[in-house]
Design a binder for this molecule. Structure first.
Ligand code: ATP
Ligand code: MG
Length: 221
């Protein structure tokens, strides 16, 4: 199994860590049955991946067994930015049955956090996410992990996240500092509500990526 270190903006920043603990606690209070949780947003670069990685890391710091799945198979940056590893295989190989999940997992050093990276860009991400293989993957991970955190592409741009939502217990909407039109946010919320997934709430992520001085604030639904 491959081992990697985790790099994520805001790591070791006291204010970020505190805000993430509040978010983690709010997720825990949303119910014992909420263990497969996805993160999405209306648009690009709002901080989905950053917030999802922080939450995954934060649960692992409680000693929970956590799996982070990178379901942004179209243009994932996780392997390049956050978890540098020699592992090139990931979700797309597992869903197309070219690989077993156990051969694709990456372990984050000194932690109980594991990752399934996006893998090779497939020609048909929505079909793969809609297929039976993804259902079986989620079912298998449910019994092997305490929490499964799924990072997805922006729901306001492509439909992949709505497909993933149907298999998740909860969804967190990340809202970045570039203001979306409120109408667009409402449309995305309506899309999530049409799925079988509970909308847990929204995270306001103000990001200043050039300096890594970011902070998070959790709003109630
Ligand atoms: N709170 C933050 N503080 C500092 N930098 C941040 C913060 N949130 C995000 N960033 C930075 O902003 C950039 C975009 O963040 P991220 O990749 O998490 O967004 P995303 O919504 O997942 O983007 P995409 O739509 O491409 O998947 C990254 O360089 C990240 O490091
Ligand atoms: Mg992302």
């Amino acid at each position: 199994m491959s081992v990697a270190t985790l790099e994520v903006a805001g790591k070791d920043n006291y204010y970020v860590e505190e805000a993430i603990k509040v978010l983690r606690t709010n997720i825990q209070f949303s119910g014992n049955d909420v263990k497969v949780i996805m993160f999405t947003s209306c648009g690009e670069n709002e901080g989905k991946t950053t917030v999802a990685l922080h939450v995954a890391k934060s649960f692992s710091e409680l000693g929970k067994k956590v799996l982070f799945i990178d379901a942004d198979m179209r243009k994932s940056m996780v392997a390049a930015r956050n978890a540098r590893t020699r592992m090139t295989k990931g979700l797309s190989e597992v869903l197309t049955k070219q690989e077993n999940i156990s051969d694709c997992l990456v372990k984050i050093e000194n932690s109980t956090l594991m990752m399934l990276l996006a893998g090779t860009v497939p020609p048909n991400p929505v079909e793969l996410l809609n297929g039976k293989s993804f259902d079986s993957l989620i079912a298998a991970t449910r019994s092997n992990f305490d929490y499964v955190i799924i990072d997805t592409p922006p729901l306001g741009i492509i439909v992949d996240a709505a497909v993933v939502a149907n298999k998740c217990d909860g969804c967190v909407l990340v809202i970045g500092d570039k203001r979306n039109k409120i109408k667009r946010e409402k449309e995305v919320i309506a899309m999530i509500r049409k799925t079988d997934c509970k909308l847990l709430g929204a995270v306001r992520n103000y990001s200043r990526s050039s300096t890594d001085r970011g902070y998070y604030k959790k709003y109630k639904k």
